[in-house]
Design a protein around this ligand. Structure first.
Ligand SMILES: Cc1ncc(COP(=O)(O)O)c(C=O)c1O
Length: 394
């Protein structure tokens, strides 16, 4: 299906072989697979015949999801996990086998940061942070780290929750020059709006909990890339870490993916309108949305994304104003996830990033008054009224 349009691939790309030609692929809710005789076991284990053995290693429903996400991202293979963190852990442990330092963009999801400080560093795997923002220090920091030797580079664009933009083609080109693999967390834009592999990245990773699943009812993660690199991760890190995606969740994510493109268009339309509304408010110090021409990454985002997406961050005067705004919302809920039909706000200083000092948060691009807004799919006029009334409470 490689040459079909995005929506066609999203709808039909996850279909497997089914003897009954079911329109919706069946859910193989099983831990293990049986064999008619011992000779058949040998044929499956040697790869002579395609088959399944045990669902921690592979499962047909999960394989359908891996195939469709790989297609949508322009990769050859995919590997699914129980969560986005499961996928990120597998990739970083795979990179760590090089026994060289790993390089991270300073502006990444807090869970990834915690994995570095609580897992990688205690295991003796050094991490180096560089500023990869288009309006940051340029790529000289990355070049020096690559020059010293690195086992892998990891970044995110737009970043969570600072909404910073990384020039993915430029970073990919530099990593390729040094032969270092680059993994990009593409959770915020989803494959409908940005495809890092097509820009030169080695691996793309998603929290499928967010836009891929799209309904706020499950956890999941997917990585995609070349057959070679994903094949290694799928053969070793994935089954041995045991962060295995349930076939049930794979089936639900496959269902979510079918409407991904429509949903991303609708999220983007609403987020763009709310970003303009926030930008016109005297109570707002800064609006971070890559679709606004005032965003320092606007031009790069236009080049590498087909839409600015459903995530934005709003910076209020301080913690207290951020809290008052959130408490005054009626339709928009307070919660840490994102990418759901329901709009959600979170206040990093008191929620996701509360374990860091104020100075550390500032260094990560997260001021005290920043509120992250996952713009959902509710009626736009209702969202606009909700936001206007909450701003009036300030
Ligand atoms: C950008 C990003 N990457 C990874 C993750 C981790 O995903 P999960 O919660 O599915 O483990 C998240 C979760 O919020 C995220 O926002």
């Amino acid at each position: 299906m490689e040459n079909e349009g995005f929506e066609t691939m999203a709808i039909h790309g996850g279909e497997g072989e089914d003897p009954y030609r079911a329109l919706t692929p069946p859910l193989y809710m099983t831990s293990t697979f049986t064999f008619p005789d011992i000779e058949e076991v040998g044929r499956v284990l040697s790869g002579e015949r395609t088959g399944y053995v045990y669902s921690r290693a592979s499962n047909p429903t999960v394989a359908n999801l891996e195939k469709v996400v790989a297609h949508l991202e322009g990769g050859e293979s995919g590997a699914a996990f129980a969560s986005g963190m499961g996928a990120i852990a597998a990739i970083l442990l795979h990179f760590a086998k090089s026994r060289r330092p790993l390089v991270f963009s300073r502006h990444i999801y807090t869970g990834t940061r915690h994995f570095i400080s609580e897992m990688l560093e205690p295991l003796g795997i050094p991490a180096r942070f560089v500023d990869l923002r288009v309006d940051g220090e340029g790529l000289s920091g990355l070049r020096s780290r690559l020059e010293e030797g690195a086992g892998g580079v990891f970044c995110e664009s737009p970043s969570n929750p600072s909404l910073d933009i990384v020039d993915l083609a430029a970073v990919s080109a530099l990593c390729r020059e040094y032969g270092v693999p680059l993994a990009v967390d593409n959770t915020f834009p989803s494959p409908a709006l940005q495809n890092p592999l097509r820009l030169g990245a080695t691996i793309v990773v998603h929290s499928a909990t967010k836009y891929l699943g799209g309904h706020g009812d499950l956890l999941g993660g997917v990585a995609a890339g070349s057959r070679e690199v994903i094949g290694k991760i799928a053969a070793v890190e994935s089954p041995l870490l045991g962060a295995t995606l349930s076939p049930m969740n794979a089936w639900l994510i496959l269902r979510g993916v079918k409407t991904l493109s429509l949903r991303m268009e609708a999220h983007t339309r609403r987020a763009g309108a709310l970003a303009s509304l926030f930008a016109s408010s005297p109570h707002v110090r800064e609006v971070r949305y890559p679709g606004l021409s005032s965003h320092p990454g606007y031009e790069t985002a236009r080049r590498q994304m087909s839409g600015a997406g459903g995530m934005l961050s709003v910076v209020f005067e301080g913690k207290e104003e951020a809290g008052r705004f959130m408490n005054a919302l009626r339709i928009v809920r307070i919660g840490v996830s994102l990418g759901d039909p329901a709009s959600l706000v979170e206040h990093p200083a008191r929620m996701s990033h509360r374990g860091y000092s104020r100075e550390e948060r500032e260094r990560m691009g997260v001021p005290e008054g920043l509120v992250r807004f996952s713009v959902g799919l509710e009626s736009l006029p209702d969202l606009q009224i909700d936001v206007e009334e909450a701003l009036r409470a300030l």
